[in-house]
Write a protein that binds this ligand. Structure first.
Ligand SMILES: [Zn+2]
Length: 152
């Protein structure tokens, strides 16, 4: 099932951990509606970057979220977030720096540049966090910092 021209439902619910552990990550109807909005946001991001956007993790039900070590309040559990990379555009840092100035125009609620255990990606959510300063943050093994920061 195609949600938008470049993003399918399968891509937004796929999980290696889910298949390995036999977790059924099929979204309930209310999540499906949010995934549609997430896909539309990703479509705008793809257009802005001018390069394919690859989703590495989208919807995660509670069980799957626990299995991958996600935080309990994660927007992934409501279908409002996707972790992405875009190697044909650039590094996650370059993606985050390019998107951050246009966050509202692109309908992005929150951008998190993440560098955890040697991996890097950009977390994009349609949900605006309660504290405005948290709309653009960087999370590394060392902790959380405001804005887009060096991943070292
Ligand atoms: Zn994420």
């Amino acid at each position: 099932m195609q949600l938008t021209p470049h993003f399918s439902l399968a891509e937004l619910i796929a999980s290696r951990t889910a298949s390995v552990r036999g977790i059924d990550n099929t979204p309930p109807p209310e999540v499906l509606a949010r995934l549609q909005a997430t896909a539309q946001m990703l479509e705008r991001v793809r257009t802005h970057l001018g390069a394919p956007v690859i989703v590495t993790s989208g919807y995660r039900n509670r069980e799957l979220n626990v299995a991958v070590g996600g935080v309990t309040s994660s927007d992934h559990t409501t279908g409002q977030a996707a972790d992405v990379v875009a190697p044909r555009f650039g590094t996650p840092t370059q993606i985050a720096r390019t998107l951050a100035p246009h966050i509202s125009m692109l309908g992005i609620g929150q951008i998190i540049l993440e560098g955890i255990k040697g991996k890097q990606w950009v977390h994009l959510s349609t949900r605006v966090p309660p504290v405005a300063a948290n709309r653009v943050i960087t999370i590394t093994d060392a902790g959380v910092r405001l804005g887009i920061q060096e991943l070292t």
